[in-house]
Design a protein around this ligand. Structure first.
Ligand SMILES: [Zn+2]
Length: 58
């Protein structure tokens, strides 16, 4: 399985990259702890979001 070298913001993924990294992407969105306040993407790490905030804090 292809893994990205360093954490990349989810907003920056293009359709082809999403397909190529599907297993990785599914693993970071499966139990989300953070959401991006700009584009409402969610993830279990804040490293991949452009404006992360803890879901539980809202
Ligand atoms: Zn974002």
């Amino acid at each position: 399985m292809h893994m990205p070298k360093k954490e990349k913001h989810l907003c920056k993924y293009e359709k082809k990259e999403i397909t190529n990294n599907l297993d990785y992407l599914l693993s970071i969105i499966r139990s989300p702890l953070y959401m991006c306040e700009k584009c409402i993407r969610t993830a279990n790490t804040d490293l991949v979001l452009c404006k992360p905030c803890l879901i539980g804090s809202k």
